[in-house]
Write a protein that binds this ligand. Sequence first.
Ligand code: SF4
Ligand code: SF4
Length: 283
Amino acid sequence: MEALYYTKQDNDTVMCQLCPHHCHLLPGVSGACRCRYNDHGLLTTLNYGQCTSAAMDPIEKKPLRRFHPGSLILSLGSWGCNLACSFCQNWEISQCHSSCHTITPQEAAALAIQEKEHGNIGLAYTYNEPVVWYEFIRQTAPLIHEADLVNVMVTNGYIEEKPLQGLLPFIDAWNIDLKSFQEDYYRSICHGSLSPVMRTISLAAAVSHVEITTLIVPGKNDSIDDMDREAAWLASLRPDIPLHITRYFPRYHMTTAATSVNTLYALADKAKQYLRYVYIGNI
Ligand code: SF4
Ligand code: SF4
C-alpha cells in the first residue's frame, strides 16, 4: 500500500519523512529500513500487514513494570528496522525479510478481543521496530481502543515529529530505547542519532505512560558520567519515568563479552540518585 509521510520529487524520486533518515529514493529503490520502496514514484510500504511473530507475553517482558503489572498482552511484530544496531537481539526479523503471514487490522483487533478471555489487555507492537510498521499500526490502534483495550509500542523512538503526533493519541504506553547519551554511540553502533530519540521521549512522556530501556554494552556506554547525565535529563522530564538498565549479551555483529552484573548495579545506583524507579534486566 502507499506509505504515509513522503514527498514526491523530480524524476519519480521520493523523500520519505517517516524517520530522521529522510531517505531519498530513486524508482526501484528501498530505504535504509528495507521496508519502504519507491514504486514508480509512489512510496509503498512492503511490510504492511506482514506478521512474523505473535505471542501472549507478560507485560513485564516488554519491559513495562508500572503499567498494568501482572497482566498479559498480545504482542505482534513484523520485519524491518530503521536502525542497524551491531548488537541487535532480533536481527533475524529486524535486519532481514523474514517469513511471515498476512494479517489485516481487523483480524489483529479480533485476535486481541478473542484473547481477552485469557487475560489479554491489548496489543503490543514489538519484536522488530514498529515505527516502520507505521501504517498498519495507525489503522489497527483505533480498533483496539474501540474494543476498550490498550496499545503499547516497544520502540527505538527514531521517528519524525509529525508521524509521532499521529500516533500519540492511540498509544497508551511506550517502552522507548535510550541506547546511550552519547551521539557517537548512536552514529557508530546504531546508525542513527540521539536528538530525535530525546524528542520522542519528551513528547510521549508528556501525554502517555513511558518507560525507558538502556542496554549497557561494556566499554561502549557503561560510563557512570553518561548515566549521570541520562538520569538527570529523564528526571527533568518526570522523576517517575521507570528506567530499565539491561544486560547485553553478544549477538549479531558484536562479540564483546556480556556486561558484568556489578556494572549494572553501579549504574543503577547512579540513576537512583535522580529517578524513583530503576530496574535491572536480563540478568
Ligand atoms: S522509514 Fe525507512 S525509508 Fe523512511 S526515512 Fe526511515 S529508513 Fe528511510
Ligand atoms: S533498534 Fe532494536 S530492532 Fe532495530 S537494530 Fe537496534 S536493537 Fe535491533
